[in-house]
Design a protein around this ligand. Sequence first.
Ligand code: CO
Length: 304
Amino acid sequence: MAKSSTIDKINQSHSASRSVLKVVNSSKTVEGGGFIVHRAFPTHFLSDIDPFLLLDEMGPADYKPGEAVGAPDHPHRGFETVTYMLEGKFRHKDSHGHSGKLGPGDIQWMTAASGVIHSEMPDDEIIQNGGKIHGFQLWVNLPKRDKMVRPRYQEIPGSKIPVGKSADGKVIARVIAGQALGSSAVIETKTPIMYVHFTLQPKSEINQPVPANYNAFAYVVNGEGVFGSNSKVVTRGQVVVFSSEGNLISIKNQSHSILDLLLIAGVPLNEPVVRYGPFVMNEPHEIQQAIEDYRSGRMGQIDF
Ligand code: CO
C-alpha cells in the first residue's frame, strides 16, 4: 500500500489538470429548408479551435412527415468531415461513388482532401413518416501537405466503435479517435486527434489524459457537468474551451442525471487558414482554384 501511494503521488506531481478558459453557448440556427442545427462554432463568440473548423449538432429535432431536410449535393475541399449519429438515419452519397446509411452510433470520417461532391439527406423513411434526428458533424482541418491528397472514407458502425469503462463502471467512453479508459480508436487520423463521447452516471468523474500539445474542448450533449481545475459548471448546448496548460482534463457529474459530452482535442496545425464556405485552404489563390474546379466539374458529380 505504502509503495503504490508513493507512486500515485509521483504520478500526480507530473500531471496537471487543465483549467477552463471559456464557456460559450452554441447558437441555434435553421439552415436552408428548415434543418435545425446548434452550432458550437464558428459563431460570433468562437471562430475556431485549431485544427477544428466547425462543430454542428444536428437537431435534436423531431420532424413531422415531409418536414425533414438535409444537405443535397455540395462540395468540400481541404479538410475532413466527421459525422456521428445519435438518433435517426442519414443517407449519404458522393462523387466517388460511395453511398450508405448512417444510423445511431455510426461514424463516417470523410477525408474530403482534394475534393468531393457530397449529399447528406435523412433516410427516406424519416422524410416520409417523420422522425427524430440527432447527431454531430465536426470539420477537421488538414495540414497543407494533405489538402490535395485523394479522398478517403472510414465508415465505422456503432457496434465497432471501441468502448472503455471506468473501474467503478460509472463512466463510459466511446472512443472515436485517440484513447480513453483503456480503449483505442479504430479510426486513423492524419494528425493526432482525440474524439471521445463520454457518458457519466450521477456522482461520477473522469480525469482524462490529454497530451500537453493538444488544443482541447468539450460539448455538453445532455445534463450538467463541472469542468476543469477551476470547476466551471457547464450545461447542455454549451462549449467548454480548455487552457493549453496541463495534461489532464477533469470532468465531474455532481447532478442526479446522466451527463453526456464530447471531448475533442488535437495538435494545432498553426498554418494560415483561408475559408470560403465548403473550401478551406492556406492561400486565397487556392480558394479561387477550388471554386473553378467545382464550377468546371473537376470535383465530379453524383450521378447515381
Ligand atoms: Co458534406
